[in-house]
Design a protein around this ligand. Structure first.
Ligand code: URP
Ligand code: ZN
Ligand code: ZN
Length: 461
């Protein structure tokens, strides 16, 4: 089956040009002069539309047990929502159980995803309990297509690791073709502050944010950068939220250290005042790191434009407000951390970034697709539009208007943190390896179409 997408403007991280794209089976077979005649079984007219590579979300949590409950989205609803929003590949986290192996974690997460995914997927491995056997697993996992490892510097008593663990993983993984990612917040300090707040009756959602101040993030980012430099390896900071932490990344990069960082739409569009919404509505925004003071986001936007931040991921981790977030009424520590966003990431970044003149079209494509593909071993199979690449393509209408609502979403959760946000720029048609998986923001694909994507070891591209 050959499909021709005609008359569109192809946008990559490097350029933009008018072309027709011929898809044969699952890959881009040819990029042709506009108007050329190619024998195709089906033609899509993309006049007036942009065509960019399918977006890649390198930070999701589907079907994840966390905070005494399980995320509202599983791999079925989560990847349907990804497709609806223009994302054709996600990378989720397989989390090591205490005493378990990394392979056992990957097996468990493969089981959760098998047969359910509407778009392609991969896994990072989260290391929570290090020992010699776990260290010994890492080189072979890198070779098998799992080149990224995540460690948590926060969530004391649950997922948090100490500096020795972090350093040992950095040194071994980083010299074997792995990339170490961290959740950077000082979990010990947060634990002290949290206990003090609860003891004095400061239990509302706002105190979640106050117990996790910006300096707790900056300190951890500083320590992580130092440990990565001591080990002489690259490092990646997930969901960076704070301007102070950002300047530490900028400083390290200026000194030539291969430090990379991601931010998320919630830190670009929402601020800390949300925690004060009445009737426990503030719990919807309880995530870690927390939302920051208004004005902080200006620095993050500049960091995106300047290249200090390389990726924008969603950190999609959805919990229903009713019955799940509500677990923390009367004690903010019991509110499961996280918020949905896999469906809205692309349109928010386009509207708020390109639409508002904060980033170029090429930078937008780089942030949502190309840089994630390069950093996480998917490039050039994914992350660009070129002959031989997977036909993961978004036909994007830059003029179409959107309003984000809970009622209109594919995400299986009872609220949307961006409710009422409006803008221009909507994925009109989304193809994942040549298959139409979404149209006009609605999922039209098939559960199980998504395929596991083994990834290549990390290298600087
Ligand atoms: O609050 C968040 N971010 N929940 C998801 C888990 C994590 O820390 O990434
Ligand atoms: Zn995290
Ligand atoms: Zn996360």
């Amino acid at each position: 089956m050959r499909l021709l997408i005609k008359n569109g403007t192809v946008v990559t991280a490097a350029d933009q040009y008018r072309a027709d794209i011929l898809i044969d089976k699952e890959v881009v077979a040819a990029i042709l002069r506009p108007g050329s005649t190619a024998g195709a079984d089906e033609v899509v007219d993309a006049a007036g539309k942009l065509i960019f590579p399918g977006a890649i979300d390198v930070h999701t949590h589907f079907d994840m047990p966390f905070g005494g409950t399980v995320t509202a989205d599983d791999f079925r609803s989560g990847t349907r929502a990804a497709a609806a929003g223009g994302t054709t590949c996600i990378i989720d986290y397989a989390i090591q159980a205490r005493g378990g192996s990394l392979q056992a974690a990957l097996d468990a997460w493969h089981e959760r995803a098998a047969g359910k995914c509407a778009v392609d997927y991969g896994f990072h491995t989260a290391v929570t309990d290090l020992n010699e056997a776990v260290l010994a697993e890492m080189p072979s996992l890198i070779e098998k297509g799992y080149p990224s490892f995540k460690l948590f510097m926060a969530y004391k008593g649950a997922l948090q690791v100490d500096d020795a663990t972090l350093f040992r993983v950095l040194r071994l993984a980083g010299t074997s073709g792995g990339l170490v990612m961290v959740h950077a917040e000082n979990g010990d300090v947060i634990d002290v502050l949290t206990r003090e707040m609860i003891a004095r009756g400061a239990v509302e959602p706002l105190y979640h944010a106050l117990s996790r101040p910006p300096l707790a993030e900056a300190e951890a980012v500083n320590r992580f950068i130092a440990l990565a430099r001591l080990a002489g390896v690259p490092g990646y900071v997930v969901h960076l939220s704070d301007a102070g932490a950002l300047s530490l990344v900028a400083e390290a990069r200026a000194a030539g250290a291969p430090i990379f960082a991601e931010t998320c739409p919630q830190y670009l569009f929402l601020s800390m005042d949300r925690y004060e919404e009445p009737d426990f509505q503030g719990a919807k925004y309880v995530m870690s790191p927390p939302l920051r003071e208004k004005g902080n986001e200006v620095h993050l936007w500049r960091g995106l434009a300047a290249g200090t931040l390389q990726t924008v991921a969603s950190d999609h981790c959805s919990f229903n407000w009713r019955g799940q977030k509500e677990l923390g009424r009367g004690d903010f520590t019991k509110i499961p951390n996280g918020a949905p966003g896999v469906e809205t990431r692309v349109k928010l970044l386009y509207a708020g970034g390109v639409g508002e003149g904060r980033i170029s079209l090429q930078k937008f494509v780089d942030l949502v697709s190309t840089a994630p593909a390069r950093l996480f071993g998917l490039f050039p199979r994914k992350g660009t539009v070129s002959v031989g690449s997977d036909a993961d393509l978004v036909v994007f209408d830059p003029e179409a208007e959107f309003t984000i609502t809970r009622a209109g979403q594919a995400q299986n959760v009872d609220y949307n943190p961006f409710e009422g946000f409006t803008g221009r720029g909507v994925p009109e048609k989304v193809f994942c390896r040549g298959k139409l998986v979404a149209e006009q923001g609605r999922f039209t694909g098939e559960d199980g179409h998504g395929r596991f994507q083994p990834r290549t070891p990390f290298r600087l591209l």
